[in-house]
Ligand binder design. Structure first.
Ligand code: SF4
Ligand code: MG
Length: 330
């Protein structure tokens, strides 16, 4: 709720504090138990930072983060350490996130020896159990990460994340570094594990087709803010925010001839710097529907229809009826 993650900029010999990179700038949403919330946006929009701040891998600048109703935004190290098993992360690049000098068993077992208090032999049982769960051959427990393919390495990363029976996992572009041919396997594995262990996911991705496949609801980020959040089908069938419309219209169609290319929105210009976002709406420098008010007032992120949240002045003027068919009858 109101989550902000600013990184200070220091300049000059005296390292004066001259500004902030507003990577996450006032973001509010819920993630429901058992669901997959997709968090999408172009690279640099703040989605990974948001995921890391939620897990308290960063110290948030402002805002509240509650997990099971418990505030964790400003708790100390001891409390955080107790909460740590509940929430885990699967990283983008399994190559970079696995220690090359550790065996698979040591990597998967590391959280167990730090947090679980299990005996050595119980830990080993658990390691084998986790290897089974993610589809890794137990015989490979003493091998090193470089002996595995990219997809298998991501399975190791997933097994490590599962070691302490978490409830909530942030998956930060978990398939972006993998060959297309094995992306689907890893996504299917994540879906199976979610069912099996009752997991809740925040699934961060720039791949809109993949998010459409895996997410129950989708949040769209632009320049440090969530601009739209909606149930998956609503978002893809009827995007409301001008940025979501542009983003979806840029997804390649399998059959361009059968689709109306005239509806394509090509955005002009570049994303402004997060250290110097525009006045008013963050999207006003590129929005095809920009109005005067957009350059002055930051639109509120609010529920414009049941379950649909948007930050845009276009939707503030026209109060949407709760049931679109009701308007027709009226
Ligand atoms: Fe575009 Fe204005 Fe809506 Fe921002 S508030 S998305 S600039 S119409
Ligand atoms: Mg990222």
């Amino acid at each position: 709720d109101g989550l902000k993650m600013y990184f200070p900029i220091y300049t000059g010999l005296l390292r004066r504090h001259t500004g902030n990179v507003k990577a996450v700038d006032g973001v509010s949403f819920d993630i429901l138990e058992g669901e997959t919330l997709g968090l999408v946006g172009e690279s640099g929009c703040g989605k990974s930072t948001c995921g890391r701040a939620i897990l308290r891998l960063y110290e948030p600048t402002a805002g509240s983060i509650k997990i099971d109703g418990e505030e964790i935004a400003n708790v100390g190290f001891d409390k955080l350490r107790k909460m740590r098993p509940t929430m885990q992360m699967v990283f983008q690049d399994p190559q970079a996130s696995l220690n090359p000098r550790m065996t698979v068993a040591a990597i998967i077992g590391e959280p167990l020896s730090e947090h679980s208090g299990k005996s050595r032999s119980d830990q080993l049982d658990r390691i084998y159990e986790l290897m089974d769960a993610v589809g890794l051959n137990r015989d490979f427990a003493n091998r090193y990460p470089h002996e595995f393919s990219g997809g298998q390495r991501q399975r190791i990363g997933i097994a490590r994340a599962l070691a302490l029976n978490p409830k909530f996992i942030v998956c930060d572009e978990p398939i972006a570094a993998l060959d297309v041919s094995i992306q689907a396997q890893v996504v299917n594995l994540l879906e199976d594990l979610q069912k099996q262990f009752g997991l809740t996911y925040l699934f961060i991705s720039h791949d809109l087709s993949m998010v459409r496949h895996i997410a129950d609801r989708v949040a769209v980020m632009y320049l440090g803010k969530v601009v739209e959040l909606a149930p998956r089908e609503d978002l893809y069938a009827d995007p409301l925010h001008p940025y979501t419309k542009a983003l979806l219209s840029a997804v390649p169609e399998p059959d361009p001839v059968a689709h109306d290319n005239a509806n394509r929105t090509i955005l002009q210009g570049d994303v402004p710097s997060p250290s110097n976002p525009p006045e008013g709406c963050n999207f006003c420098t590129r929005c095809p529907s920009v109005m005067d008010i957009c350059r002055k007032i930051d639109p509120e992120f609010r529920e414009v229809r049941p379950g649909r949240f948007v930050a845009c002045h276009l939707l503030n003027d026209t109060k949407m009826p709760a049931d679109p068919t009701a308007a027709v009858e009226a």
